[in-house]
Design a binder for this molecule. Structure first.
Ligand code: ADP
Ligand code: MG
Ligand code: ZN
Length: 438
């Protein structure tokens, strides 16, 4: 136990309204409150934000004052700040989109110690001399608690998302060597990790390295060829649910509001209680559906990707994809909502090449994407297609390799469709040999 243990648990419950910590969160929090550098590798959706948002409001740590968070995307920053403000945590952000007056008011808050967290884009660290001056004075008055580098893989040329501005972030250790730094990411192989530690000049001899495997051992992964006719597909889904998951909770991810609604209605006709969930519904309606599902009065949610953020139902026994997701990251995150309680659960994806074409077209006409963005999204979709069409390699192996994790398929323990098939294939081969001898 540490001097701050009581405060940490009190704030988890009273401020963040959460019941318990997830894997590695408390380790990260204790290390940073002890003044150590921390590296956190945790899957997307694993809960990285809490690792620095909670210590930012703890008063009894070794260092205290403001936590500076470097984050690459302005939209992401704004979401986080809005969430924090809802929890009555003093936070704001500083980026190049603000005008001079807005920037001045941020600096004023910062100087006066009125901020628990300041989110800042990496280019602002270098571009704003004013920021550097204010930061220096916070440091001298012992009001700089820690520096957080979110999406830290952007530091590394080995990573898939290198940002030159991230290279300059050694600024913090160069100027404030005794201020703890926390680096977090969801994707890093050993080269990326070593790059991050070197480039940010983290304390190599006394760093807390928190890595967790992305392997979700209790999930069964399966790809099923998708019937062309909607009626046949719905029949298959109905059979799955009534045979394998009678009265058990599940999510079915669909691509459009329309298919959510049609599927929910069709399942209802088979007396499977289900409801649609998508961004076209009112806020109140969505909350009502989510609550009913969480209390088990709705069995199946037919949802778009709008459903997910902040959902933490432990006993989801199946996640189906009515249409393939657009990236393996989304696949991992969406299937990952199954089996949070550690019990055996199923991830079933209905795959057809026609859906790939449909999604490709949607990306090509998406006005919010420039040419580069389209290429990135098309490549990600391609990887989903490769994954679905691969009928030989262990699913776990494919997923974990995608996240740069080494994995030996023997440790899948026949927990995916392809590993189960291998068992059967061996028998099939033997049969062939006997025929040849005849
Ligand atoms: P990441 O940055 O790792 O992708 P986030 O920090 O955005 O993940 O968290 C993902 C979701 O998990 C959020 O909805 C968050 O509220 C939830 N979450 C985080 N920690 C906990 C916890 N200890 N208990 C329950 N939910 C949590
Ligand atoms: Mg995050
Ligand atoms: Zn396998």
């Amino acid at each position: 136990s540490h001097p701050w243990t009581e405060e940490v648990y009190a704030k988890l419950q009273r401020v963040f309204k959460l019941g318990s910590f997830r894997n590695n969160q408390l380790n990260a929090i204790n290390s940073t409150l002890s003044g150590k550098d921390v590296f956190v590798l945790m899957p997307t959706g694993g809960g990285k934000s809490l690792c620095y948002q909670l210590p930012a409001i703890v008063k009894s740590g070794k260092t205290h004052g403001t936590t500076i968070v470097i984050s690459p995307l302005v939209s992401l920053m704004q979401d986080q700040v809005d969430h924090l403000l809802e929890l009555n945590i003093k936070a704001t952000n500083l980026n190049s989109r603000l005008n001079e007056k807005q920037k001045r008011s941020v600096f004023e808050l910062l100087v006066n110690g009125d901020l628990d967290l300041l989110y800042i884009s990496p280019e602002m660290v270098q571009a704003s001399k004013k920021f550097q001056t204010v930061l220096g004075s916070l440091y001298r008055t012992k009001n700089l608690a820690r520096v957080v580098v979110d999406e830290a893989h952007c530091v590394s040329g080995w990573g898939h998302d290198f940002r030159p501005d991230y290279k300059q972030l050694d600024y913090f250790k160069n100027n404030f060597p005794d201020i703890p730094v926390m680096a977090l990411t969801a994707t890093a192989n050993k080269y990326v990790i070593s790059d991050i530690i070197t480039n940010l000049r983290l304390n190599k001899t006394d760093i807390t390295l928190l890595r967790q495997s992305f392997n979700r051992t209790n999930l069964f992964y399966q790809i099923v060829p998708k019937a062309t006719k909607a009626a046949a597909l719905i029949d298959t889904i109905k059979d799955y649910i009534t045979t394998y998951f009678p009265s058990q909770t599940g999510i079915i991810y669909c691509h459009s509001k329309k298919s959510c609604e049609e599927l929910a209605e069709a399942l209802g006709k088979f007396r499977i209680s289900s409801s649609a969930y998508h961004a076209g519904m009112s806020g109140n309606e969505r909350i009502r559906v989510q609550k009913a599902w969480q209390m088990n009065s709705i069995q199946v949610i037919c949802a778009t990707v709008a459903f997910g953020m902040g959902i933490d139902k432990p006993d989801v026994r199946f996640v189906m994809h009515y249409t393939i997701p657009r990236s393996l990251e989304s696949y991992y995150q969406e299937t990952g909502r199954a089996g949070r309680d550690g019990k055996y659960s199923y991830c079933i994806t209905f795959y057809s090449f026609k859906d790939v074409r449909k999604l490709q077209k949607m990306i090509q006409i998406d006005k919010s994407l420039n040419k580069e963005g389209k290429t990135v999204h098309l490549n990600k979709l391609q990887q989903v297609m490769t994954y679905c069409e691969n009928q030989f390699e262990c699913r776990r192996n494919q997923i974990l390799n995608y996240f740069d994790e080494q994995f030996d398929a023997a440790f899948c323990y026949k927990n995916c469709d392809n590993c189960v098939k291998k068992l059967l294939d061996v028998d099939g081969d033997n049969g062939d040999e006997i025929q040849e001898q005849d």
